[in-house]
Design a protein around this ligand. Structure first.
Ligand SMILES: [Ca+2]
Ligand SMILES: [Ca+2]
Length: 99
């Protein structure tokens, strides 16, 4: 019986990991929603929110794998220093592209 409980505990542990993944997925969908709502008069605050939503590993940079939608499409244009990641000021360049 103890073994069953242990197995159950491990299963719950694994399930928790899945939950974390789901949270990340929802972060991406939040980012997608925010991105689609951005217009040329978007605020730096919105870009900053987008930045933190996209920066899944919290290294203060958006890598090409973290970029989605128009950020991904314009990644090379936005990456002005060509270091294959976007910092907040580079992401702010998206405002110019939205105009
Ligand atoms: Ca990152
Ligand atoms: Ca860069």
């Amino acid at each position: 019986m103890k073994k069953v409980v242990l197995t159950l505990a491990i299963s719950i542990g694994l399930f928790s990991c899945d939950s974390v993944k789901n949270v990340n997925t929802s972060t991406v969908s939040q980012a997608a929603t925010l991105l689609s709502s951005l217009s040329s008069n978007a605020t730096v605050q919105q870009i900053s929110s987008l930045f933190s939503l996209l920066d899944a590993n919290k290294d203060e940079a958006i890598s090409s794998t973290e970029a989605i939608g128009s950020v991904s499409e314009n990644f090379n244009t936005l990456d002005t220093d060509n270091n294959s990641s976007l910092n907040l000021s580079e992401l702010t360049g998206l405002l110019g592209l939205l105009k």
